[in-house]
Design a protein around this ligand. Structure first.
Ligand code: MD6
Ligand code: FE
Length: 208
């Protein structure tokens, strides 16, 4: 794992090409099966109701949702009312490989970026515990990922994330601000219609 922490908070890890093309295709097929049962929906921002440019779904016992009332984890899809599909074993294996000491992940947020979608600078802080890392997998078109410090004002740096790359926010960097500035259209052939999918694995609750 490469350490991208530089002058920022420690614990920002990067595993370029963790998943090779065959593994990306296998993972994508699993995600397509998830999304067939738990369709992408467009969340809105709390209070303002402004729609996200990214569409979302989840797998695992819990899913992250945003609506007019706030951000939270819940066991049911907001539109279908059904439980989120199970976490593919390949993602649990990734988690155990990178965070063998952590309790298993409970949520995998699936972000789908079509052209011009982006994700503003944010912290992942809706979990009950920040002890476990957040681990992300990128699939499809390359994106520019921006990471800063523990306050919104801290300086940021940006990296390109390619299909198959894994990013780890652990330790101090667990609560670092980060976001996606843009997706570089036409940089990958993985998704038939282009675009980018990012999977983020999280532990939400304290282990029993
Ligand atoms: C994205 N990623 O790559 C957005 N969060 O589309 C995230 O928000 C993220 O990559 C926590 C840890 C790693 C991430
Ligand atoms: Fe995030």
């Amino acid at each position: 794992m490469k350490d991208l922490s530089l002058n920022g908070p420690s614990g920002l890890g990067y595993l370029p090409g963790y998943f090779d093309r065959d593994a990306q295709e296998a993972l994508l097929a699993e995600i397509r099966a998830v999304v067939a049962r738990a369709p992408f929906y467009r969340p809105v921002m709390p209070r303002t109701g402004k729609p996200f440019t990214v569409r979302m779904s989840n797998c695992g016992p819990l899913g992250w949702v945003s609506d007019i009332n706030g951000y939270r984890y819940q066991p049911l899809h907001p539109d279908t009312g059904l439980p989120w599909p199970a976490l593919p074993a390949r993602l649990t294996a990734l988690w155990r490989d990178i965070a063998p000491q952590a309790p298993d992940p409970e949520a995998c947020l699936i972000n789908y970026y079509e052209e011009s979608a982006r994700m503003g600078l944010h912290q992942d802080r809706d979990e009950e515990t920040f002890e476990a890392p957040v681990i992300s997998v990128s699939l499809g078109d390359t994106a520019t990922f921006r990471v800063g410090g523990l306050t919104r004002k801290d300086p940021t740096k940006s990296f390109r994330l390619q299909s198959g790359d894994v990013v780890v926010l652990a330790g101090e960097a667990r609560l670092a601000f980060h976001g996606i500035d843009r997706v570089l259209t036409g940089t990958s052939t993985l998704l038939k219609n282009g675009g980018r999918i990012n999977l983020t694995l999280r532990r939400v609750t304290h282990p029993a």
